[in-house]
Design a protein around this ligand. Structure first.
Ligand code: CU
Length: 218
């Protein structure tokens, strides 16, 4: 406040800075499952591919805040809305998006891929496409789980988690997460590990404070 006093003209700027400082944050850790080895190398087509199959992405959790937000932003994440195909794997293995987000599926391999999903949340089939082709982005308009597959390479798996909230992030591979620029109030913090494992905790967020929440498992 003292810093703001000399320049009345910058009053708005100071108010903005204070509003940012007043936002709540949550940080913590989610106990993640051990990575399981997919038998991708034994896929019947493995020796016919132009390059080796990369290992699948290690497991991470999606952490998000749910509740009634009075003035929520369109989005609060820095994660790109993209699932690439690279070295015959999807990357990332899990992509959280807010409902209404358009996701691109670029092919970075020197082979065809064919991304599709039969999930109830979103059904689509991009058909076969190469590196230099650009299939249309898919808009995920309904919250839920969308499982991705490749019609050509059956070992390829990924999940898009469509969320009804702008406040979400992913843990790192050690389970650490940090959610920032959150509103104050009472909400539910959820951790999504897979379709069978979801954890949640009631949280009471205060302006300017960082809450510590650890999900130690079921
Ligand atoms: Cu493929």
């Amino acid at each position: 406040m003292i810093l703001c006093r000399p320049a009345i003209a910058s009053g708005l700027l100071c108010a903005g800075a204070l509003a940012v400082l007043a936002e709540a944050s949550i940080e913590g850790i989610v106990l993640l499952p051990k990575p399981t080895l997919q038998p991708a190398q034994t896929a019947r087509y493995a020796d016919k591919l132009s390059s080796p199959i990369a290992p699948p992405s290690p497991p991470v959790a999606v952490v998000y805040l749910e509740g009634n937000f009075t003035s929520a932003p369109a989005t609060n994440t820095t994660l790109p809305a993209k699932v690439v195909q690279k070295a015959f794997q999807f990357s990332p293995g899990v992509l959280p998006v807010q409902a209404g987000t358009a996701v691109e599926f670029p092919n970075l391999d020197d082979s065809y891929h064919n991304v599709f999903s039969y999930s109830k949340t979103k059904r689509f089939d991009l058909g076969r496409y190469r590196k230099d082709e650009k299939p249309a982005a898919v808009v995920f308009d309904k919250p839920g789980v969308v499982k991705l597959y490749c019609e050509i390479h059956e070992h390829m798996r990924a999940t898009i988690l469509v969320l009804d909230t702008p406040y979400f992030t992913k843990t790192d591979t050690n389970g650490n997460f940090r959610l920032e620029h959150l509103p104050a109030g009472k909400f539910t913090l959820k951790a999504w590990l897979d379709e069978k494992t979801q954890l949640e905790r009631a949280v009471d967020l205060s302006d300017g404070a960082t809450l510590r929440v650890d999900f130690a498992g079921k």
